[in-house]
Write a protein that binds this ligand. Structure first.
Ligand SMILES: C[S@@+](CC[C@H](N)C(=O)[O-])C[C@H]1O[C@@H](n2cnc3c(N)ncnc32)[C@H](O)[C@@H]1O
Length: 242
């Protein structure tokens, strides 16, 4: 079968395993970038990588497209990411920023794109969030592209036992179906929702993650090895600033 993720697979596998914080974010981003609603990234563009974690997606964006990336995260410090970006030879194109999404230090209409992989479900579930926090950052026509772990359908009233082997109700609350996300984002006044769907790389990205030694990956194995995978999904959303 033809491999769809040739770019991300060219990176050192151990480097990826050492720096993953969830399902393989580089592969997720590679699929997201192939979707027809995405903008074509060019070297003079500024991209906010929101909730970049250890910066795998920032490295991919700067390395593959030559864009200027503002690698922004809360749990991982700017200094830690700076070391990684220097080692990747990309310190001139990636600016590491330690910030909370509630208080981002960026000018209005600064970015051509805001890209957020495996992070938006922690902070973006309120209906007004997208207009209050995301839309102001984007230029007119700029894109918001999100991918999050989610659910095939919402099961919060009757959580399957397999899911509870790894995650508590609070964590499961963050996992939502494509329909749920469509409803939230379609209420935006400032962004036009262009697409919501499921990513094909779901199984591959989860399998990559579950092979990590990371304690969270080890914790996630219990549910996934007992069949929770059938409820899970990788949901993408793409919207454009009006
Ligand atoms: C599961 S990790 C994923 C990291 C990375 N995107 C990846 O896929 O490898 C979720 C990330 O969301 C970030 N995050 C969560 N809440 C945040 C907030 N309020 N502001 C900024 N980042 C946040 C965390 O710092 C964390 O690195």
């Amino acid at each position: 079968m033809e491999c769809k993720y040739t770019k991300s697979q060219a990176y050192d596998r151990q480097f990826l395993l050492d720096n993953m914080m969830g399902p393989n974010s580089m592969k997720i981003l590679e699929e997201l970038m192939q979707l027809p609603w995405m903008l074509e990234l060019k070297p003079d563009m500024r991209v906010l990588d929101l909730g970049c974690g250890r910066g795998l997606t920032s490295i991919f964006l700067a390395g593959e497209y030559g864009v200027q990336v503002f690698a922004t995260d809360l749990w991982i410090t700017a200094s830690e990411n700076f070391v990684r970006f220097k080692e990747a030879g990309l310190e001139n194109r990636i600016i590491p920023i330690h910030a909370d999404v509630a208080d981002l230090p960026y000018a209005d209409e600064y970015f051509d794109a805001v890209i957020s992989i495996d992070a938006y479900h922690y902070f973006g579930r309120d209906e007004g969030f997208v207009d209050k926090k995301m839309a102001p950052l984007l230029k007119k026509g700029g894109k918001l592209a999100i991918a999050v772990p989610g659910l095939v359908k919402d099961i919060h009233d009757d959580i399957p036992q397999e899911m509870l082997l790894s995650w508590n109700a609070e964590a499961i609350e963050t996992l939502r179906s494509p329909q749920w996300w469509r409803k939230i984002l379609s209420k935006s006044q400032q962004m036009e929702l262009q697409a919501v769907g499921e990513l094909e790389c779901y199984s591959e990205c989860w399998n990559d993650w579950l092979q990590c030694d990371n304690e969270y990956a080890v914790g996630d194995r219990k549910a996934m090895e007992n069949g929770a995978g059938k409820y899970m999904d990788l949901v993408y959303m793409i919207a454009a600033k009006k």
